[in-house]
Design a protein around this ligand. Structure first.
Ligand SMILES: NC(=O)c1ccc[n+]([C@@H]2O[C@H](COP(=O)([O-])OP(=O)(O)OC[C@H]3O[C@@H](n4cnc5c(N)ncnc54)[C@H](O)[C@@H]3O)[C@@H](O)[C@H]2O)c1
Length: 344
């Protein structure tokens, strides 16, 4: 069944891949994005890849109620919202917490208020595995306590709590998806992760080093209590993550209200930074020079999902391998050495 879906932050890394999956499934999309960390070119390519023009773009800020109203008013009734728009750099959030509370929390509040006004109370929210803080038992299950240790994660937990309160107050249906570490790109190499400035995440850093755009990879800390001393994360292919959104939204739309769900979205298999570097070298035949530098504020030693609930509730599990993550991420970087900005 075709749905009309509002996607905030739809031009971003995860948003653009999700837009592609939903367009290919025949849905009609409205994207609200202020291009703070993305480019309209991503949406042009998404439509080209999908062979669909069922995408309306509203350029604006999710904190601006009139922009959100414009997105709701740009066509027929919206069936559900997927809320990606937000800031995600842990270090930046430590230095500028008010910005993170404004964009992530206030932005979500303005969006939820608009949803109330427009009678659309079905929402998939981008939460994070960092909500668990510095856990000591693994794998992480959704019923474990949240204990965020930096402002970025604190803002995401605050939004989860606001949404849970909305579900107690009225006919809302909410899924908070706690993503682990999405990497890779669409296999076409046409869309991918295009961070502004020095990448905060491991994968774009590796691919930019492989491409000669940066001299060497910086590994933040090799003195963590892990087998090789580098941090362990649960990396998943961004296409697997994008597919989880389609399933989560469809699941919500079939539930009676109120309904609230929190799901880990990961593979359940953690990899250290050095294992990822080796995996990338094996998949591409390249060598990645690196230096070990100080730990970053806010980073934790290990995050690894128990992805069983998503499997049981949504029938979703991550299917793609580390090799595919590396191959597809590298194909994107090679075809787009300067991301969406430069000549391809
Ligand atoms: N990438 C990850 O590792 C990861 C992990 C866990 C959670 N998340 C969350 O998932 C969401 C999407 O992440 P991503 O990796 O695609 O990030 P991204 O930066 O690529 O995408 C975010 C999008 O939101 C837009 N945006 C930012 N502020 C906005 C505002 N005020 N109004 C309108 N649009 C705005 C940006 O321009 C961008 O297109 C974020 O909320 C992020 O916190 C990401």
């Amino acid at each position: 069944m075709s749905r009309r879906v509002l996607i905030t932050g739809g031009a971003g890394f995860i948003g653009s891949h999700t837009c592609l999956v939903l367009l290919e499934q025949g849905h009609e999309l409205v994207v609200l994005d202020n291009f703070d960390n993305s480019s309209p070119e991503a949406l042009r390519r998404v439509q080209e890849l999908a062979g669909s023009t069922q995408l309306t773009l509203v350029e604006g800020d999710v904190r601006d109620a009139s922009a959100v109203d414009k997105a709701f008013g740009s066509g027929g009734a919206v069936d559900g919202v997927i809320h990606f728009a937000g800031l995600k750099a842990v270090g930046e959030s430590v230095g500028n917490p008010l910005l993170y509370w404004d964009v992530n929390v206030n932005g979500s509040r303005v969006l939820a208020a608009a949803m109330e006004r427009h009678g659309c109370r079905t929402l998939v929210f981008s939460s994070t595995s960092t909500a668990y803080g510095e856990p000591e038992t693994f794998p992480l299950r959704e019923d474990m306590p949240t204990a965020p240790v930096h402002p970025y994660a604190q803002t995401k937990v605050a939004v989860e709590q606001m949404l849970a309160a909305l579900c107690r107050s009225g006919p809302w249906r909410v899924a908070s998806l706690r993503y682990f570490n999405p990497v890779g790109a669409h296999p076409s190499g046409q869309i991918g992760e295009d961070p502004m400035g020095i990448p905060n995440n491991l994968f774009p850093f590796i691919t930019q080093v492989a491409a000669g755009r940066r001299e060497q990879l910086r590994i933040f800390g090799q003195d963590y209590p892990t087998p090789d001393g580098t941090g362990i994360r649960d990396y998943l292919h961004v296409m697997d993550l994008a597919e989880a959104h389609g399933k989560a939204l469809e699941h919500l739309l079939q539930q009676p209200t109120p309904y609230s769900l929190t799901l880990n979205i990961g593979t359940g298999r953690g990899l250290s930074v050095l294992e990822v570097v080796q995996g990338f070298e094996a998949a591409t035949g390249l060598t990645i020079p690196y230096e070990v530098v100080e730990r970053r504020p806010g980073d934790v030693p290990r995050l690894e999902a128990c992805p069983q609930t998503a499997q049981i509730v949504l029938g979703w599990s991550a299917r793609r391998t580390l090799e595919e993550m590396c191959r597809d991420g590298w194909a994107w970087q090679q075809a787009n050495p300067s991301g969406y900005r430069g000549p391809t």
